[in-house]
Design a protein around this ligand. Structure first.
Ligand SMILES: Nc1ncnc2c1ncn2[C@@H]1O[C@H](COP(=O)(O)OP(=O)(O)O)[C@@H](O)[C@H]1O
Ligand SMILES: O=P(O)(O)O[C@H]1O[C@H](CO)[C@@H](O[C@H]2O[C@H](CO)[C@@H](O)[C@H](O)[C@H]2O)[C@H](O)[C@H]1O
Length: 469
């Protein structure tokens, strides 16, 4: 059916217009485009079918260079189940009938077909999907996916789309389909593979990934992990603790230890770079440029620019730990509390607003530490904003416990950097992150904007005080 649609100018243009509108309406696209992008087909392949549905995978390129993944399902028989219409991309009449074309991830009866086919691989009209499964578990994974019992699509504030897969064997999987495609290896796949090879257990078991090649190039399409059922993320745990005044220092300290393990393992597995004066200067220049871009995007940030610049300039004088691969977008929502593994880190894709070329290069581990510090602060600010509870002291204790444990484990594992220098760098990256957060909130959750703005006030006020000392 898609070959009929795509071979006819009128039908293809109408599919592409509807697909662009559909994509624009999705949470995973909310901050990347202001207007519906003009799309072209980069490639597509049929994946699977049953008596009611055909499932295909389409990759799209926008005139501005953005690339998207759109798994689609179209009904052969006109049957529409409850809840399916909200996943409708378009309706097409063809010589072989009248069809609804859906986002396959939202169609219950399409998901198992989609997940299984992605893991098996497929090749078609300009799109080849190739699975790369970890050798030790590939056979079990393939067998399990032949016997899928139920599937769900994860709901929430996701940048991508994840499907949870329950199988007859009792093994549960989560397949994340990347929605924004980027040339080359996706850092989420790359870093998880590296950590697993180092024997790090602070991630959900990683089973492999699927890459794709289309007319626009090669990019990773999906990754497969073990699904950890009934686990709560650190953000939810922190919110409850902050609201009830329950001490979070123990959890924060474990989190600091786990993050130091992640960092030292990544530094062993992947290239690192000495933080020479020149490298530090370049990083600080890029932090300043980024701040300036944030000011352009959100002029209210202008009032913090001068003090922020002073803090950034001063950071040139301290010793930095080597640059290395890091998580890149760490916050409490990216950490799950597993009853068997303790804190487990997710989503190593880096910040969604940052160009992918920057996300795959070595960066300062202090950025991740700052991410968690900001997130603890967010939890406290959130309960204050919503419930009027003053949780500042709660946050202060948790932040300090996190830092202490991170520094202790880092140094025990031979990580470089004096505690004093590292602490001053955490501030630099907190400032950088808070400005990013302000833009992120303005674009996604304007009612949360006061949270990073308050943080910027505090971070820059402290900067002034310290500068005058
Ligand atoms: N292995 C897993 N087990 C249980 N839940 C998971 C797992 N991986 C992801 N999740 C849930 O899915 C959410 C989104 O995952 P994430 O990798 O952050 O996706 P995205 O890149 O779309 O933001 C997480 O916040 C978490 O709640
Ligand atoms: O979609 P991602 O998980 O990759 O990350 C983005 O969304 C996050 C929020 O959904 C955002 O994090 C911000 O909000 C958190 C609370 O919801 C808070 O803990 C973080 O400190 C704060 O940055 C993240 O920045 C963004 O990239």
């Amino acid at each position: 059916m898609l070959s009929i649609v795509f071979s006819d100018h009128f039908r293809r243009d109408s599919f592409l217009e509807d697909a662009a509108r559909f994509i624009m309406g999705q949470r995973w696209c909310s901050n990347s485009h202001r207007e519906a992008p003009e799309l072209q087909i980069a490639g597509w392949t049929r994946l699977a079918e049953d008596e009611h549905l055909v499932v295909s995978f389409v990759t799209l390129g926008a005139t501005d260079g953005a690339r998207f993944a759109l798994p689609v399902a179209w009904n052969k028989d006109g049957r529409v189940e409850e809840g399916e219409l909200e996943n409708l991309i378009t309706h097409v009449d063809t010589p072989v009938g009248s069809h609804n074309v859906y986002d396959a991830t939202g169609i219950d009866r399409a998901r198992a077909l989609l997940a299984r086919a992605l893991i098996e691989g497929a090749s078609g009209e300009g799109l080849t999907l190739t699975p790369h499964l970890c050798e030790a578990t590939a056979q079990t994974v393939r067998a399990d996916l032949q016997a899928i019992t139920t599937t769900e699509r994860l709901v929430g504030e996701q940048s991508n789309t994840s499907l949870i897969i329950h199988t007859e064997s009792g093994n549960e999987y989560i397949i994340k389909i990347f929605r924004h495609l980027h040339e080359g290896t996706n850092p989420d796949a790359e870093l998880q593979e590296a950590l697993q090879a180092e024997g790090n257990t602070q991630i959900p078991e990683f089973f492999g990934y699927v890459s794709g090649t289309d007319a626009l190039g090669g990019s990773d399409i999906a990754i497969l992990n073990r699904f950890l059922p009934d686990v709560q993320d650190a953000w939810r745990e922190a919110l409850i603790a902050a609201a009830q005044g329950i001490d979070f220092a123990g959890q924060a300290s474990d989190l600091g230890t786990s993050l130091a393990q992640i960092h030292t393992d990544l530094a062993r597995a992947l290239p690192t770079e000495r933080a020479s004066t020149n490298a530090r200067a370049l990083t600080l220049e890029s932090i300043k440029r980024r701040f300036a871009h944030h000011v352009e995007a959100l002029p209210v940030l202008e009032s913090f620019a001068e003090a922020a610049n002073e803090v950034f300039t001063r950071a040139l004088r301290v010793e930095w730990p080597p640059f290395q691969r890091i998580h890149g977008d760490l916050h409490l929502g990216q950490v799950l509390n597993s009853p068997t593994k303790g804190w487990v880190f997710l989503d190593f894709e880096g910040e969604p607003l940052r160009p992918m070329a920057e996300r795959v290069t070595a960066d300062s581990p202090c950025r991740d530490v700052a991410g968690i510090l900001r997130s603890i602060d967010y939890a406290a600010a959130y309960v204050e904003l919503n419930e009027g509870i003053d949780a500042r002291e709660w946050a202060g204790t948790a932040r300090e416990a996190f830092i202490e444990a991170y520094l202790a484990e880092r140094s025990a594992r031979g990580g470089e950097g004096s505690a004093e220098d590292l602490r001053s760098l955490f501030r630099v990256f907190e400032l950088d992150k808070a400005a990013y957060e302000a833009v992120y909130e303005a674009q996604n959750r304007p009612e949360w904007l006061p949270i990073p703005l308050t943080a910027l006030e505090e971070l820059t006020a402290t900067a002034h005080t310290t500068l005058q000392e």
